[in-house]
Structures are given as C-alpha cells and as structure tokens.
Design a protein around this ligand. Sequence first.
Ligand SMILES: *Cc1c(COP(=O)(O)O)cnc(C)c1O
Length: 708
Amino acid sequence: MEAKIAYFSAEFGIDSALPIYSGGLGVLAGDHVKAANDLGVPLVAVGILYRRGYFQQEVDAWGNQKALYPQICPEDLPVQPVLDHRGHPQTITVPLEGRLVHLKIWKAEVGTVPIYLMDAHHDQNTEADRCLTDHLYGGNTDTRLAQEMILGIGGVRVLRAVREEPDVWHMNEGHSAFMALERIREYSAQGFSFETALEAVKASTVFTTHTPVPAGHDQFSFEQMDRYLGDYYWQLGTTRENILELGKNEGLFNMTRLAVSTASKVNGVSKLHAQVTKELFHRWTPEIPKEHIQVESITNGIHTQTWLSPSMEQVYDRYLEPQWKDRIAERKVWEKVKVIPNEEIWSAHQQAKREMVQKLGLPDLTNVLTIGFARRFATYKRALLLFHDVERLERILNQVDRPVAILFAGKAHPADGPGQQLIRQIWELSQQERFKNRIILLENYDMDKAKQLVSGVDVWLNTPMKPMEASGTSGQKAAVNGVINCSILDGWWAEGYNGYNGWAIDGGTGGTWQEQDRLDAQALYQLLEEEIVPLYYQSNTSWVEKMKESIESLTPVFSTSCMVAEYWGKLYIPTAIRGRRFIENGLEVAERVAQYKSFIRNHWPYVGVEDMEFLSAFPDVATIQCKVRLGEIWHKDVKVEVVRGNGEQGLYRKELQWVKELDCGLYLYAGTFPGSIEDWQGSGANIRVVPISEDFSHDLEMELVKWK
Ligand SMILES: *Cc1c(COP(=O)(O)O)cnc(C)c1O
C-alpha cells in the first residue's frame, strides 16, 4: 500500500554541516529520515532552519561554558530555496500574536526524502520577527510558543504550498502538535464542524513522545495562548474553551496533552519508556488503570551506516555477505561476525582509536583502556556518578601498567545552570595533576565528534537515573563499532543487555536519589575494578569475543531500518487506512464518529453498574453477573468487563456477555470464569463499562469508563 507520511520535528541531526539539532532527539529524527530513504518509505519531513543553530560550545579557563552563536548563511548550507511556479521564493505566513509572520522555505534532501525548513528572515517581517527562528530552544517561553506555532501551523502550510497530500501526520515529540489545530482549521474553512474535523485529524495523526523529564513537555499559560492564538481560535469553528481543553493540564496548556488529544496512536521509544509514559499520562485519565492506557513502544535505533567507522566497515565488507548494508536488520547477516579473525576486529578498532586521537587532538591512548561519556549534560544523565568517590576513581585510573582514561563531551542548555555546573566540575577535575591525561573534557560535542568517540573509545558509559533515559541511542552507535557498553539498565539497554554483550550497572534500588547515586556508583566501581579493567589488560581474546558478541547481538536489532519498518507496520499503515476511511465521501465516517461521541458523552452520566454477584455451580468456576444501567445508550455500544489485578502479569480482563433487558434501559450481563467463587470474592474484582465502536482506534478512545 502507498501512504505518504509527513514527519514534523523541531530538530534534525542529519550532518554536522547542518547544525539544526541539539542532541539525541534531533539525531534520531535525522536517522529516521535516512532510513526512510533507504527503505523507500514515502516520507516528507518538516522543520525549522535555525540561523544560529543550537550553539557552539567553548569551555574557558575556569570551566565555564561559553555559548557562541555564529550566524549561519543558508547559502553555505546543503539547502535550496523553494521557488513558486513563477520562480520567486515560496513564502508562507503564520498568524502570531495578531500579526502575520512571513516564512521562507528551504529544502534539504536526504536521497529522495525532502526536508522542508522554515526561516523567518524575510523582508516583510519586523527586525524582531526575523530572529524568531534563530535559535533552537532559545529565548523565553514566548519564543518557544512562537516557534512551535511556526513548526506546527507553518509546517502544514508549507506542505500545502509544495502540494504534498500526506495520509499520516507524525508528531515527533509534542513541539509540533499545533499541526493538529491547523488541520482542523483547514477542515473548518471547508465547512465541517470542529468535532468532525477533530475526528478526521485524530484518525490520521500519530505521536511519538520522547522523554519522561518534565522540561521535555512544554506548557504555556492560558494568557500566553490567548495572546498568541487569540485571533486564530475562532477560525477553528469552536470556542476558546474547547481548544484550551485539548491541552489542559493543571491550569496550563500542555503540548504533550494536545498531542495525545489529537492523535490516534501514541508511542514511547523503548519498552520501559512506554510503561513510564502510561504512568505519566495516567493523571489525565485517573479512571483508567495505567496498564490500559494505550501507548505503544517502538524502541529507537540508529542509522548504522552513518555511525560506522570506515575501518570497521571495511572488515564487515570483507567478511559479511556482500549485500549486508541492505540487510542490516537480519540477524543471520551478523552471525558471520563470529568468523572474523580476532586480530582483524582488534586492528580495525585500534585504527578507529588512532583516528579519534588524531582528529580530536588527544594524547596517545593506543595502550590505554579508554572510556567515553558524551551526550547532553542534562542532570538526570548523572555525568558525575563516576566521581562519587574521587579517591577510588583515582586508584582505578592510575594503576601501574593498567591506565584508564575517560573522555567527556557534551553541551549543557544555556539556561541549565546545574548542567553547566557539571561541566565546571569535570573540567576542574580534569585539570588536577593526578587526572592529567586520565580525565579529558572535549569541547563542542557534535555529530562529527560523536562519530569519532563512539568508534574510537573501548567502553561506552551511560549512567542515567532510571527510568529517566527514555531510550538513549549513543550506546547503539558504539555497539556497531565494537565498542562495549557499560550502562544502567535503562532505556534501550534494558532490552539490549543479554548478560554477555557488555556490562549492566545495577546497584539495586535506593530509597532516595542520594542513596541511589551511592549504590549505582559502587556498582560501577566494582565493575571497573573487578571486570572491565582486568579483562582489557589480561585477555585480548576475551575482550574481542565480547566486542563480537556486542556487535552480533545489538547491530541487527537497534537499527533505524528495524525501527522505521516497525513504524510502518504498527503506526503508519493502520493510520493511513483508518485516516483515509474517515475522510471519504466528505468526511462521512468522521462526522458519524463525532455525532456518536457526542451522543455517548451526553448520556454517559446516567450509565452505572448495579448489583455485582458471584454465583457458582461447580467448585472451580465462578459465574459473575451484574446489572448495568445504560439508559438511552444501546447495549451494543458498550463493553462490560470484569477486571482484577493479576500480580506480575498486570491486569486480568474478560468480557461479560449481554443476557437480557431487565427493565427499560437496565440490562443483565454475565460471564463464567475459571477460579473458585471464594477466590473471586476475595480478589478485588471490578466491573468496568466502556463505550465502544468499530470506528474507534481502541476501546478507551473516549476515555470514558464506569466502574463498580
Ligand atoms: C547520538 C547523539 C546523542 C544522543 O546521545 P545519548 O547518549 O543517547 O543521549 C547526543 N548528541 C549527539 C551529537 C549524538 O550524536
């Protein structure tokens, strides 16, 4: 089936030469686009061309991060201006704070996949407005709101201007969720009601959430919303209140809430993260057990070829099947890693290390066990965990004949004081005589430096506070290069670690944050002292075997070819089919669903469960029976289920059958289940009623339940 996907993201990490990314989120978006191109997925991407990028980092003599913002000329970037049919630069406008902001459109191409990038440096804008798109994640919350309106609303207008007709609209993180409002506005302008438009939009939208960290979920005050969108609300064919309701979270307008309200499929970026996300979303639907909240999981991957060092690639070329590059997701391809002679793997790795040393201007590390820790300096990533006991670390790094060096790199957001403090502390330690050439802080981490580090070090370290690392991808980049992971069992590593392919830092569970840090630090020191350092220096054979195990077990699984195929199968195709069905014949299905929902919502207050009874005819089966009052609602429009806790397995849930109408609007339901009646009576079982429809994406689509 053909289906066009529109992929919206605030950042894209395609290449260092296009500095419109800050970290993992952007790099993931870039790798998603690259894999879409490889797999022939018809995708069109939308983002912003930040004239000053994120920032360039320098660290001064006191360890202070300096953020530099060199002006970037689009003429120097791998982008082309988009022209209209008369050959003039194509422009779109976005209404902001009661005025129109004009945006130029640039196009970057990743093979056959276009990325359209908006840029506010337009003659018709005021000086101030021209700077709106200068900085990625810069300015205050007004700037952020303006940028998100540009991304979401402007992004839809860009696609219309270049005549794209996507079937599926993918919000990569909540930043782009205003796209839903703009699409509602379009339908509204064609004469459809807000409710019908919302259903049509929802059926064709998917949302990927990327972090449980609160700073990753933007919120705006209603006052700000009114100021920026005041003259836009009415174009959506409904009231201000109905629009604010879509994003309402504790008196603020929350972009994640907006995304969830306007998408029919939501996913987290690892199995663990999907669970954590359900807990996070639970506050919006407290009536629904968190286990039943619909969040899929699609674990992040990397674009293998982007992150593979040339020396390791040559080895793979020699020993793997000729077409291995087109078959990265096949485990069979990687089983051949076993037959690669150890010396070849080792020499390719040493070659990558030499290249890193040379390119990054490092001291000679040829015979030094080298550990890499590089990523954004966000506090939950705990860059200082390694320094919990500085004396113990010193002993580990400075053993005679067994030296260990640690390379750090990363930027802290310019408004993140604690993040910058981490840089200062690492810098200070790196300046101490005892840590000379043992602790090294590199400036200005970017994709180029990442490529050097993830292939040139021996061990890749990650120490997030579980479960805050939604996925993490840098360890996956390390794995394909034979660099061995040592990480907390969080995000992707909780799925990737198999006991042999690296090390898991597992200090157990501490009560407080401080206690957790202490336990995890101790587990890490112990790993270094007892396993990692001895293995590296005692047995090159065992070390290389571990490298091979890591390459073989992780490379085929954590690649974007796998990941995008999963997006295609789990999200894109079902959404394309359903989305199309909703808009056929003048939005016929969308309108029917809107009317049905409105009817159910009006009558739901009268729905209730009365008299739950347990009956038994046999020793080990129980019949559960209850009366359900549905009033005006038809019995075929609800599902009645028994729900009980089931220990480790989560929730047990089975449907009761409709038996008969007892009275006007009052129905008898019953079901027979394994288990003695005493068992059932003491089990805390409940009856749950939900409205259903074949047109819904799932049973809890309306977020309505009645319990007994
Ligand atoms: C891959 C990558 C990241 C993500 O690193 P994590 O450890 O997964 O957070 C951040 N920045 C750059 C430049 C990257 O290439």
